[in-house]
Design a protein around this ligand. Sequence first.
Ligand SMILES: C[S@@+](CC[C@H](N)C(=O)[O-])C[C@H]1O[C@@H](n2cnc3c(N)ncnc32)[C@H](O)[C@@H]1O
Ligand code: SF4
Length: 444
Amino acid sequence: MSERSEPATSVGTSHVETEVGSVFVSNYPPYSFWGEDRAQGALDALQQPPRPDTPLGLYLHIPFCRRRCKFCYFKVYTDKNSSEIERYVEAVAAEAERAAKLPAVAGRPVKFVYFGGGTPSYLSTKHLRMLVERVRGAIPWDGIEEVAFEAEPGTLTEPKLATIREVGVTRLSLGVEHFDDEILRENGRAHVSKEIDRVIPWVRAAGFEQWNLDLIAGMVGDTDATWARAVERTIEASPDSVTIYQMELPFNTVYSKQKLEGGGPHIADWKTKRRWHDEAFRRLEQAGYELSSAYTMVKKGGNGRFVYRNSVWQGCDLLPLGVSSFGHMNGVHYQNISRWDEYLRRIEAGEAAVDRAYETSESERLTRELILQLKLGRISAAPFQEKFGVSILETFAGAFDKLKADGMLEIDGDEIRLTRTGLLRVDQLLPAFYAEAHQNARYT
Ligand SMILES: C[S@@+](CC[C@H](N)C(=O)[O-])C[C@H]1O[C@@H](n2cnc3c(N)ncnc32)[C@H](O)[C@@H]1O
Ligand code: SF4
């Protein structure tokens, strides 16, 4: 996911109220630069053999949810019935079958698969089995390192969890977000705390290699006390990893629309969200967790690896399947069509579903990998020198110097480390590395 410049949250304004337009940086160049007129670039890239030493992952977008959360910025549908979902599953499978024959995909080993949402766990066991069977039939994934799967607590039952496990999922990520019923309700979540309490023992018993719990710092109605309690409940649940996002307000959320119309509830300011995020990290550290990235803490000595995240941040190929799904193949970013009817029509007609694309240059790929890996909180210059033949310390000296002077990072020989202050606002720092043409542009 997820794991997505920006007008409203520059360092200079970061103490103020969360404004509409903030974003989670998940890619570079920003999506607003991708164009429909460049779609042919993606189709051409798929006709090329893969670049050497580039792993391949699959991203399967499952865009269904029980209800639309008021803060959510993903492409989701809450109105699809079982036969429409079945038609969609068949389309995604057909898309995989079509892609499997392309030179960029044919015969390649698959390093990881990511089921993202929406809510993959919204699928029935029948549809999930159908989907996996057909996609695996087309693009075998024996020897895979990770199959990651997002789940919303209220959609899970014990038999469904058994199926999720049986189809090969190794990493289950549970979208808990908060444990307080009033806050869950206010923010439009479909689940309540009773459902969270019910599923956690089932998730543990299902025996995934790893399970993760997502929280959001700064949901509407949150306070110091409710947040502290959410962190304690998380520690009691004892997941292998905990991911904490600070509440963002991209343009397309319900709350953003309310705010743009002059209304909407109060959303905690950035300073408060960062403090909550920091307090949670400190408490998790005391409880035996350690930092894995700006968002994620993992149990010390446990299985904290996250193949999808690390591979994407290191520039792997990612084959996007499904409506609105986006990925990156042979140096070209692209996104599938976002309209339900048109996606189905194209796939059912045996056509590609590519909508918009962007052919990256070598220097854009370098910037992309640099900014995404900075989210790990610690990077070395040597791997960039080896891969791109470039000294990042020299090429990005201006940005590094400025961030160092602002107390956001430290440089020690070859190593660049974000300070805790920098780590907690990493998304707001990254535009400093963007090329001039991409600065101050709309992100999506
Ligand atoms: C696709 S959802 C996860 C699966 C499932 N749909 C769910 O919500 O339980 C991915 C994650 O994005 C995060 N998220 C969504 N909207 C957000 C926002 N506006 N700000 C911060 N995080 C957000 C939530 O933590 C959520 O768990
Ligand atoms: S359940 Fe997840 S994907 Fe669906 S609307 Fe809520 S946050 Fe978004």
